[in-house]
Design a protein around this ligand. Structure first.
Ligand SMILES: Cc1ncc(COP(=O)(O)O)c(C=O)c1O
Length: 381
């Protein structure tokens, strides 16, 4: 596999790492960018041999993601594939503690694994540090894994990651943080004490809504080996073409996040004053209940916000259909702004308000975004 070249080691600033890590080692006529190695099989005699076991293009991508997060990365064909590879590592009948609000796919999958007796699922309010501690310690049966999103999707709750990591270490549990919403330029869970970071690379890392990919990053060499083995056996390997696109997307991660975050902050503040709005959930607002912890453990509030509109689910749907510049679509982390009423999905957690809209803010001009959003909200006042 590709070794991180000198650039990966010489720069410590994340903006620079995003641009320079995971490239071929410089030399005369060496390409600037990772080559797209589209080959399922390789001539015998080397350490790889077959694309499911490794791929040069994906190796470069893993190098930049791993360097950004401070661990070793393994990429998968979607975020869900990465999550399932991690769940496969939970011992038979083992305990996993997870956020009571999680991305729908993860929540449904964990529920399935619990119902079939494969794992024991303990759901917890991740904003309550003592409840998290009690859930991890268990009543004599400590957790094997802890799976936390911070912020949670779509309720935007913040978990005190350091505190969860301390307890997890004490009982020997593996703390995994889904860092999809924040990306490593805003939150680095391994530095906060987590052992695994999961990404839907589909979102902010790749950044252009043009591919599906996932990643697991860890600073534990043995666990990294087990994760790679899961990918080989489960077979959820991305293509070299998507690997190339994802690495290209990461080059602009820092400035994309910076711009989208400025837009998100401005929109969150303006939404507070709109008569159609009941609540705005964004860690960058002083009114956010976990704003202090967010500030303490992140380098910014990120690019996603949720808001609850006054009225009914039909009113919220009306707003989603009324936007013209913003797209009524699922997903997040792309350059374009998207929004959707989360409960339109049949399997979304019924505790999520029916009138809650999640907005994934892009890098457009903020005045254009506000004009569009305000006009849509005005239709229900
Ligand atoms: C927080 C979070 N985790 C995981 C996933 C799953 O990722 P993917 O769609 O790449 O499988 C998503 C997708 O929306 C997500 O938002």
């Amino acid at each position: 596999m590709v070794e991180p070249h000198a650039h990966d080691k010489n720069y410590t600033n994340l903006d620079t790492i995003a641009v320079h890590a995971g490239r071929p080692t410089p030399g005369p006529d060496v390409p600037m960018n990772p080559p797209i190695v589209a080959s399922s099989t390789l001539h015998a005699g080397g350490p790889i041999g077959y694309h499911r076991d490794g791929n040069e293009t994906l190796g470069y991508l893993e190098s930049v993601i791993g360097t950004l997060e401070g661990g070793q990365a393994t990429v998968f064909s979607s975020g869900m594939a990465a999550a399932n590879a991690a769940f496969d590592l939970i011992p038979m009948g083992g305990v996993i503690v997870a956020s009571q609000y999680s991305y729908t796919g993860v929540a449904v999958r964990l529920g399935e694994l619990h119902d079939m007796g494969r794992i024991v699922l303990r759901l917890v309010d991740v904003t309550n540090a003592s409840a998290v501690e009690a859930a991890i310690r268990g009543d004599g049966v400590p957790a094997n894994w802890v799976w936390i999103e911070s912020p949670t999707n779509p309720m935007m709750e913040i978990c005190d990651i350091r505190s969860a990591a301390t307890v997890a270490r004490e009982v020997g549990a593996i703390l995994a943080i889904d860092n999809t919403f924040m990306t490593p330029v805003r939150q680095r869970p391994l530095e906060l004490g987590a052992t695994v970071v999961m990404h839907s690379v589909t979102k902010g890392l790749a950044g252009h809504s043009d591919l599906l990919m996932g990643a697991l990053v860890t600073n534990n060499a043995e666990l990294h080996h087990e994760i790679v083995e899961r990918r080989v056996l489960l077979g959820a390997v991305p293509s070299a073409f998507d690997g190339f696109l994802a690495a290209r997307g990461i080059r602009t991660l820092s400035i994309r996040v910076e711009r989208a975050e400025q837009n998100a902050q401005a929109l969150a503040e303006r939404l507070l004053d709109h008569p159609a709005i009941k609540t705005v959930l964004y860690p960058g607002l002083p009114s956010h209940p976990n704003a202090d912890i967010a500030k303490e453990q992140t380098d910014g509030p990120g690019t996603v916000l949720s808001f609850d509109v006054r009225g009914t689910a039909d009113d919220a749907d009306k707003v989603c259909k009324a936007v013209q510049l913003i797209s009524f679509a699922t997903s997040l982390g792309g350059v374009e702004t998207l929004m959707e009423r989360r409960r339109r999905w049949e399997k979304e957690n019924v505790q999520v308000p029916e009138t809650l809209i999640r907005m994934a803010v892009g890098i457009e001009n903020v005045e254009d975004l506000w004009r569009d959003l305000k006009a849509a909200l005005d239709t229900i006042v």
